[in-house]
Design a protein. Structure first.
Length: 195
């Protein structure tokens, strides 16, 4: 399993100070490999993401770290199959789906969505009504757990094997979602003229 230590960082800037938050995570791959698997990680992984608060920077890093852990556990890569699954524009987004990502799993489609509590039942109902498989995975949230809940979804045509993915994920530990990640290095610098 995890055989690399990756360091991630995020910058923040408030009215009174600037700084950065750096965190480390054990991972299966190198940072460059994660960026290839999930290009949206690129901005955060290089420390270029700017946040308006230290808490925002920490939350951004937590999201990236949970995404890396999910990629390792599920053996997925980002997919551009959104249009083939849902059509063009926001009208194709099913009811209740939020923070939705399409992934490739060994040539099959996996959709993750992370609705807030009011959307969970709508997602499960939509999947059932459209012949999709769905599996709730609250301990594996990437976006904003425990306020959002991760649901794995597979379309009837070219859909991933959710049982196989869940079995595979059972051999990995998710990052804890019950407590905020507070480890890591924080650097701060007062802004000129700030008291």
């Amino acid at each position: 399993m995890a055989n690399q230590i990756i360091q991630l960082s995020a910058r923040f800037s408030t009215n009174t100070e600037r700084g950065s938050v750096a965190r480390k995570i054990e991972a299966d791959l190198t940072l460059a490999e994660y960026i290839k698997l999930a290009p949206r990680i690129r901005r955060m992984a290089r420390g270029n993401a700017g946040y308006l608060s230290e808490d925002g920077a920490r939350e951004g890093l937590d999201t990236v770290m949970r995404t890396i852990r999910f990629i390792d556990a599920a053996s997925v890569r980002e997919s551009r199959a959104w249009v083939s699954l849902f059509g063009h524009g926001s009208s194709g987004k099913p009811s209740g789906f939020d923070h939705t990502q399409v992934w490739d799993w060994i040539g099959h489609r996996l959709v993750t969505t992370e609705p807030y509590p009011g959307g969970v039942d709508r997602v499960i109902d939509w999947c059932f009504d459209h012949g999709w498989q769905a599996r709730r995975m609250p301990e594996w949230g990437m976006w904003n757990p425990p306020h959002t809940e991760l649901i794995l979804c597979a379309p009837p045509r070219c859909g991933a094997d959710l049982s196989a993915i869940v079995n595979q994920m059972a051999h990995h530990r998710p990052l804890p979602i019950d407590a905020r990640q507070t480890d890591g290095k924080v650097t701060r610098r007062k802004m000129r003229g700030a008291s």
